[in-house]
Design a protein around this ligand. Structure first.
Ligand code: HEC
Ligand code: HEC
Length: 97
């Protein structure tokens, strides 16, 4: 039995589908906002105002490049790139929302 053109197309579709799943799961690996003393207040802000952008404003107070907790070198964006939407990538932990 030889592999025909239709088989190759079928295999290609499977590869693409797995690629999409892999891409989605990769995104979910971004560290979540810890539920600890330093971050609990942000869970409260989001709960009360429903606005993640309100919560974002408080992050640079500690997470900054001027003596705060530095971002890893591979961090996709830096504060100088403009306003940071931290919670767009770093999700809150579901069970504490
Ligand atoms: C009061 C200071 C403070 C504020 C404000 C703060 N953080 Fe943090 N954050 C820390 C410290 C300290 C650590 C490292 C130790 C730890 O996990 O508590 C940290 C760690 C993290 C981590 C890495 C967690 C891990 O699993 O390694 C993420 C993600 C994070 N913060 C996101 C945020 C976001 C998003 C905000 C704004 C909503 C925020 N932080 C606001 C102090 C702060
Ligand atoms: C475009 C998506 C994106 C945005 C926006 C973003 N981050 Fe990140 N962040 C990442 C990725 C990806 C990593 C590296 C993978 C990881 O460790 O989660 C990371 C890593 C981190 C880490 C180190 C985690 C560790 O201990 O390894 C901290 C702390 C952090 N981000 C805080 C923030 C804060 C605070 C903001 C907002 C000022 C922010 N991030 C905005 C995607 C983002």
């Amino acid at each position: 039995m030889s592999i025909g053109k239709k088989d190759l197309i079928f295999i290609a579709i499977i590869v693409v589908v797995f690629g999409i799943f892999w891409g989605i799961s990769g995104e979910e690996k971004t560290k979540k906002v810890p539920y600890d003393d330093k971050h609990r207040s942000f869970y409260e802000i989001v709960k009360k105002s429903g606005s993640k952008m309100d919560a974002d404003k408080g992050c640079p107070a500690c997470h900054n490049e001027q003596g705060g907790i530095p971002f890893p070198d591979k961090h996709p964006i830096k504060p100088k790139d403009g306003p940071m939407r931290c919670l767009f990538c770093h999700k809150l932990i579901d069970k504490y929302k």
